[in-house]
Design a binder for this molecule. Structure first.
Ligand code: PLP
Length: 499
């Protein structure tokens, strides 16, 4: 197996090289040249294993050209330890008759990005050694909120790697802002950017695309790498939890071995759901993947019409990690379904006009196995209240968008198959909105966790307890303009080196 760009330059590289680079020189994303098969024997063999062992074996199917199973086992054991994931790495909770929830937020930052970002730094650290890299790696991240904190936690004080996170000043919650502003670690820097997530992400993409900047960095002894979900090292750990969840549903008796399920994923950048699609392609018995969007429903329209059009209003919602109009990982789906030259052409159109339109045949191919749904703000609040009232299950705003689309899909299309809805954040990470949904009134953002806990008799996760007493290290009010992101990066490098 080797890795190639979604846009089809013919360079073939190894998995460690793909993880080191993040993005391909032609602007494309890396994908393996083939998807490994998950045989029944292989899947059965995973049933009685714990999460780290399952994950190591699945990762090995994609990374064995460069990584030994022993290395992957060591990394997965360290990443998904009991101390990092006190509630279990990826537990499945039965909520309703045919509805189970896959909770991916028991890690250090209470959001699903920990699943990938506790592991990826270890993969990158090894990749630097395996590829004979002499320079230090500098990780650049644009975040819609959760990635930033999860990347900072994953990379802090890792040898030979520094990390800088840019977040949109107007697009993250107070808690998310505080989490990042109070980040510890010698090798980290955090910067607030004027604008929304796409502005920050475009800025990071521009830095990655500039050979001038790369040259300047090299002179100073650095290479750039990304922790965004465009990096294969981010994506591959996410495949594991879909397979693990299926195993858990078999073990608990919720489904029979081989029985098909449907899966709903609250979607922004399309990374999480793409991992589910790859698991399905490997042979995991999944029928339909429901792509759940909030009011920024560009993907719902895409799966309905075959037109991807980002010339539209951008909304700031109560599920900010899904407030995205450029779903970067959709490029991987296009490449897998319609090939690299078509993808390169579509991406060129998207860049030039902000829009592309699939012809009828291509649309049919791309849409196959997917369904799109969306959930507006009002309904997000209603679903949180309804699910808590009916089942005693407390979910966050992102999860509520997913659960809403899952229930719509079950009512309209398929009520028979079991539905696995992915839960991407702890309700306490978005406590003010969750509190408002249940109590019907607004609260002070920083008081919300305690009030929510008292109201619902649930516990506040440790990483959120006491956040307001932590010392601010990176002033959230000192934001920079999006066109100054490269300058800010060079300044940060100097500062980190001088610590
Ligand atoms: C990042 C994130 C999402 C969106 O995931 P993608 O992989 O970008 O589609 C959904 N919910 C939460 C809480 C997130 O942090």
């Amino acid at each position: 197996m080797y890795y190639v760009s979604t846009r089809g330059s013919d360079e073939k590289i190894s998995s460690a090289e793909a993880i080191k680079r993040g993005i391909a020189p032609d602007g494309g994303l890396y994908l393996p040249n083939e998807i490994p098969a998950l045989t029944d024997t292989c899947l059965k063999g995973l049933l009685d294993k714990d999460y780290p062992s399952r994950a190591a074996e699945i990762l090995s199917m994609f990374l064995s050209d460069d990584y030994t199973l022993e290395e992957l086992k060591a990394d997965c054991n360290a990443a998904y330890s009991q101390s990092s994931f006190p509630g279990g790495a990826a537990p499945v909770v039965k909520v309703g008759e045919n509805l189970s929830v896959l909770e991916l937020w028991h890690g250090p930052t209470c959001a699903f990005k920990d699943m990938a970002l506790q592991l990826m730094p270890r993969l990158l650290s090894r990749a630097l050694v395996k590829t004979g890299e002499k320079n230090r790696a500098f990780i650049l991240v644009a975040t819609s909120g959760d990635t930033g904190k999860a990347a900072l936690e994953g990379y802090k004080d890792i040898d030979n790697i520094d990390i800088m996170v840019y977040y949109p000043r107007d697009g993250v919650s107070t808690v998310q802002k505080l989490q990042m502003a109070t980040q510890g670690g010698k090798n980290v820097y955090v910067c607030s950017v004027e604008g929304n997530f796409d502005d920050a992400q475009n800025g990071v993409k521009a830095i990655f695309g500039s050979s001038d900047i790369a040259e300047r960095l090299k002179k100073e002894g650095y290479i750039l790498s990304s922790a965004n979900s465009i990096n294969w090292g981010r994506l591959v750990p996410q495949i594991a939890y879909y397979i693990s969840a299926y195993c858990d549903m078999v073990v608990s008796g919720e489904i029979k071995f081989g029985e098909e399920i449907n899966v709903t994923v609250p979607t922004g950048n399309f990374g999480n759901i793409l991992a589910a699609y790859i698991a399905k392609n490997m042979g995991l018995p999944i029928n339909t993947l429901v792509c759940a969007s909030n009011k920024n429903n560009i993907l719902t329209d895409f799966f309905e019409t075959g037109v991807y059009d980002r010339n539209r209003s951008f909304y700031t919602t109560v599920s900010p990690s899904m407030d995205i109009l450029i779903s970067s990982n959709l490029e991987r789906l296009l490449s897998m379904k319609c090939g690299t030259s078509r993808t390169a052409e579509l991406m060129r159109q998207l860049k030039e006009t902000g829009r592309y339109e699939l012809d009828a045949d291509t649309f049919k191919t791309v849409k196959y196995g997917f369904d799109g749904g969306c959930c507006d703000e009002e309904k997000t609040f209603a679903v949180i209240k309804d699910i808590f009232g009916r089942y005693g299950y407390l979910c966050d705003t992102h999860t509520a968008v997913g659960v809403s689309c899952a229930m719509d899909y079950m009512a309209k299309c398929d009520g028979k198959r079991k539905m696995l809805a992915v839960s991407t954040a702890s309700p306490y990470k978005f406590a003010p909105a969750v509190y408002t949904a249940i109590a019907g009134k607004t609260v002070d953002e920083l008081e919300a966790p305690e009030l929510l806990s008292a109201l619902t008799s649930t516990d506040i996760p440790l990483p959120i307890k006491g956040i307001k007493d932590k010392e601010i290290r990176f002033d959230p009010k000192a934001s920079i303009k999006a066109d100054k992101m490269a300058d800010a990066m060079f300044a940060a490098l100097k500062e980190i080196a001088s610590r």
